[in-house]
Structure formats: C-alpha cells, structure tokens
Design a protein. Structure first.
Length: 88
C-alpha cells in the first residue's frame, strides 16, 4: 500500500481486507479486529509480491487495486495458516 494512504489508511484497508478474507475463508468467528488488520496488511505485502511474480505492477495502482491485492494476499495467508495448523 503506497505511502499516500498513510498510517490510518493502512489500518482501514488492512482491516477491511482482512475481514473480507476471513469471511471468504470462514475464519471470521476466530479473528478479532486486530488480527483482521494484521492479516490485511501482511496480505497486502504477500499479494503485491505474488502479483509482481506474474508481472503485475501494483505500485501506485490506486486504492481499488491496492484493496484487491490486500484481499488476495490475505486469502493466501489464511490458507497457508489453515494448512499449517490443520489437525492430522
């Protein structure tokens, strides 16, 4: 997420992206607002990295692409955590 959003923007976009990703993955009941924010912000980094691998430049792409990138990355993050914590 570019610096234009500022700290509060990171929190808002991260929280919303983390919340939507938790709804998609069915983990909303176990996540609070703090975890949603963390998942969304880390998800934005993961999403930007993944999209960069396939040639999509997300830098300066605007709020909507930043938000969608954060959701993508948050879903990936939650999926990885679910896989690693799955009971055998």
């Amino acid at each position: 997420m570019p610096g234009a959003l500022g700290f509060i923007g990171w929190l808002i976009v991260g929280g919303l992206a983390g919340w939507i990703a938790s709804k998609i993955k069915g983990t909303d009941a176990s996540q609070g607002i703090f975890l949603n924010i963390v998942v969304g912000i880390v998800g934005a980094l993961i999403g930007g990295w993944v999209l960069g691998l396939v040639g999509v430049n997300t830098e300066g792409a605007g709020l909507i692409l930043t938000f969608l990138t954060a959701i993508l990355g948050a879903v990936i993050l939650i999926t990885i955590v679910q896989f690693l914590t799955k009971k055998k």
